[in-house]
Design a binder for this molecule. Structure first.
Ligand SMILES: NC(=O)C1=CN([C@@H]2O[C@H](COP(=O)(O)OP(=O)(O)OC[C@H]3O[C@@H](n4cnc5c(N)ncnc54)[C@H](O)[C@@H]3O)[C@@H](O)[C@H]2O)C=CC1
Ligand code: BAL
Length: 500
C-alpha cells in the first residue's frame, strides 16, 4: 500500500496541510509499483528530498494499458455520452478550483515556480482548459457528404482508444490539463506519465479524478523515468497514440520507436528558440514589459520563451537600458514570498545545464550584460541573464537554453530581421512589437512559427492552438485543433439504391 505524502505549509502566502497519494494510479487505485522501488521528489529551493513516490516499470505500464483498454471497451469510448464526459470534466474542474491554493503550493514546492504565478497562471489555465474541453465533449461530430442521390455518406469522429501521454516538468499541472482535456472529451482512455522531477500535482489530480467519479481505468498515471516508463508507453503495441511534450531529442526517439512498433499516431510539442522583434516604432514600455515576460516567465523554462530579442538599431541603446533596469527589479527568491518573481530552476540537472550555456557564451566571446551568477548557496536559484555582442553561430544564440537567459541582438532593416528571426531549426513562436499594424502583421505573416504574438508575448489560452513549425513539433495542442489529435475519422457509405 503506497504512502500518502502529507505536507504542512506555513508560509507567508499559504498556510495549510496538503496530502498527496504517492503510488501509481492504475484502474482507479493507488498502488505500489511491481518492483516496489521509489523515486525521490526534491524541493529545488533547498535541494532536499521532500518525499518519495512509487516508481513504475514496463510491467506496470502493461497493467495500466489493460485497465485502460477495459474501461475503453466497457464504460468509456463509445459507452459514455458526450454529456456524461462533459459533466465529469466540469466536476473535475470544480474540484480543482476548490483546491487551487493547494495546487499552487505543490507546484511551488515541487517545481520551484512562485506560488503567486502558479495562482495567476498555471492553476486557472489548467482549470480553464478542462472546462473548455468539457464544452466540446458533446459537440464531437462528423459531417454528411454529398456524393449522389443514391448514396448517403457521413463521417464519425471516433475516439482513438488507449492513448499514452508523456509530459515534462516546466508546467506540471498545465501539461496534465492540456493532455487529458481533449483526450477525455473525445472519449479516449489514458496512460499518463508525469515528469519524474515534478509528479505531485498529477498525483493530486488523480485523487480528484476519483472524487469526480470518472470510472476506474479511464485515467491511469504511471510515475517513472523516461527511459523505462516513457519508453514502455512509446513501444506498447496496445497504445494507439502517444502525445509528448519535452525535448526535441526525446521527441525524435519517440517517433522512431512508434515507427518501429505499431506506427502509433504521434503528436509532439518540442523545443524552441523564439524571436522577439522590437521595431523602432514600438511602444517602449510595452516592449520592455512583454519582452521580459517573454524570456523570464516561468524562469525561462518555457518552450516558447522569447530567448532571442532583436532590437532595431535606432532604439537599441534606450531599450537595453530600460530592459536592464526592469530585469534588475525582478526579485529572485523563495517561491513562497509574495515579492518573488522567480524561484529556483527545477532541478540540479537543469541548473547545471543552464550554467554550462552561460559558460559557453562567455567562452565564445559574448558579453554578459547582466546576471550570469548563482543566487544564494542553497537550491538552484539563478540571476536573470542577458548576453550582448553575440554572433549568429554561438550556441547561446542557436540552442534552447530553457532558463532565464536571453540574447539581445541589434538589427537594421525589416527584410533582414525576417531572415534573422527565421534562422533557427525551431519554429514554435515569435513576438513582434510595432505600432504600425501593416509592419507588424506583414512581419507576423512571414514568421515560420506556430504562434506569433503582436505587441504581447508568452500568453497561452485553452481556446488558441499551440504547436510548432520545423523541429518544434508535430500537431497542435489546445483549441478545436487538439480534438483532431484524439479522434479517428470514419466514413460510412450507405447504398440508397445505386443502379446495378
Ligand atoms: N517543450 C517543452 O515544453 C519542454 C522542453 N524541454 C527541453 O528539454 C530539455 C531537457 O529537459 P528534460 O527534462 O531532460 O526533457 P525530456 O524530453 O527528457 O523529458 C520530458 C519527458 O519525457 C520523458 N522521457 C525522457 N526520455 C524518454 C524516452 N526515451 N522515451 C519516452 N519518454 C522519455 C521524461 O521522463 C519526461 O516525462 C530542456 O532543457 C528543454 O530544452 C524540457 C521540458 C519541457
Ligand atoms: N509546453 C507548454 C508551454 C511552454 O512550455 O511554454
Amino acid at each position: 500500500m503506497p504512502a500518502t505524502f502529507v505536507h504542512k505549509f506555513d508560509t507567508a502566502v499559504f498556510k495549510g496541510e496538503v496530502s498527496v497519494p504517492t503510488g501509481l494510479f492504475i484502474n482507479g487505485k493507488f498502488v505500489d509499483g511491481i518492483k516496489k522501488t521509489t523515486l525521490d521528489v526534491v524541493n529545488p529551493s533547498t535541494g532536499k528530498v521532500v518525499t518519495k513516490i512509487s516508481e513504475g516499470t514496463k510491467d506496470d505500464v502493461d497493467l495500466a494499458v489493460k485497465a485502460a483498454q477495459k474501461a475503453f471497451d466497457t464504460v468509456w469510448g463509445l459507452h459514455a455520452t458526450g454529456v456524461q464526459r462533459s459533466r465529469l470534466l466540469n466536476k473535475l474542474a470544480d474540484l480543482m478550483e476548490q483546491h487551487a491554493e493547494e495546487y499552487a503550493a505543490l507546484e511551488a514546492l515541487d517545481n520551484g515556480k512562485t506560488f503567486g504565478w502558479a495562482m495567476k497562471a498555471d492553476v486557472p489555465n489548467s482549470i480553464g482548459c478542462l472546462r473548455y474541453y468539457a464544452g466540446w465533449a458533446d459537440k464531437i461530430q462528423g459531417n454528411t457528404i454529398e456524393t449522389s442521390e443514391a448514396k448517403l455518406t457521413y463521417t464519425r469522429h471516433e475516439p482513438i482508444g488507449v492513448v499514452g501521454q508523456i509530459i515534462p516538468w516546466n508546467f506540471p499541472l498545465m501539461m496534465v490539463a492540456w493532455k487529458i482535456g481533449p483526450a477525455l472529451a473525445t472519449g479516449n482512455t489514458i496512460i499518463l506519465k508525469p515528469s519524474e522531477f515534478t509528479p505531485l500535482t498529477a498525483l493530486f489530480t488523480a485523487k480528484l479524478i476519483n472524487e469526480a467519479g470518472f470510472p476506474p481505468g479511464v485515467v491511469n498515471i504511471v510515475n517513472g523515468l523516461g527511459s523505462t516508463v516513457g519508453q514502455a508507453i512509446t513501444e506498447h503495441m496496445d497504445i494507439d497514440k502517444v502525445a509528448f511534450t519535452g525535448s526535441t531529442l526525446v521527441g525524435r526517439k519517440i517517433m522512431e520507436t512508434a515507427a518501429k512498433t505499431n506506427l502509433k499516431n504521434v503528436t509532439l510539442e518540442l523545443g524552441g528558440k523564439s524571436p522577439t522583434i522590437i521595431f523602432d516604432d514600438a511602444d517602449m514600455k510595452r516592449a520592455v514589459h512583454w519582452a521580459a515576460h517573454g524570456i523570464y516567465f516561468n524562469h525561462g523554462q518555457c518552450c516558447c520563451a522569447g530567448s532571442r530579442i532583436f532590437v532595431h538599431a535606432k532604439i537599441y541603446d534606450e531599450f537595453l537600458a530600460k530592459f536592464t533596469e526592469y530585469s534588475k527589479s525582478l526579485k529572485v527568491g523563495d517561491p513562497f514570498e509574495a515579492e518573488s518573481y522567480q524561484g529556483p530552476m527545477v532541478s540540479e540537472v537543469q541548473f547545471n545545464r543552464i550554467m554550462s550555456y552561460i559558460k559557453s557564451g562567455k567562452e565564445e566571446g559574448a558579453t554578459v550584460h547582466f546576471g550570469g551568477e548563482r543566487v544564494g548557496s542553497e537550491g538552484y536559484f539563478l540571476q536573470p541573464t542577458i548576453f550582448t555582442d553575440t554572433k549568429p553561430d554561438m550556441r547561446i544564440v542557436r540552442e534552447e537554453i530553457f532558463g532565464p537567459v536571453g540574447v539581445i541582438i541589434k538589427f537594421n532593416d525589416d527584410d533582414d530581421i525576417v531572415r534573422l528571426a527565421n534562422d533557427s531549426v525551431y519554429g514554435l513562436a515569435a513576438a513582434v512589437f510595432s505600432q504600425d499594424i501593416d509592419r507588424a502583421l506583414t512581419t507576423a505573416h512571414k514568421m515560420k512559427a506556430g504562434t506569433v504574438w503582436v505587441n504581447v508575448a508568452n500568453t497561452l489560452y485553452a481556446q488558441t492552438p499551440f504547436g510548432g513549425y520545423k523541429q518544434s513539433g508535430i500537431g497542435r495542442e489546445l483549441g478545436e485543433y487538439a480534438l483532431a489529435n484524439y479522434t479517428s475519422v470514419k466514413a460510412i457509405q450507405v447504398n440508397l439504391g445505386i443502379p446495378i
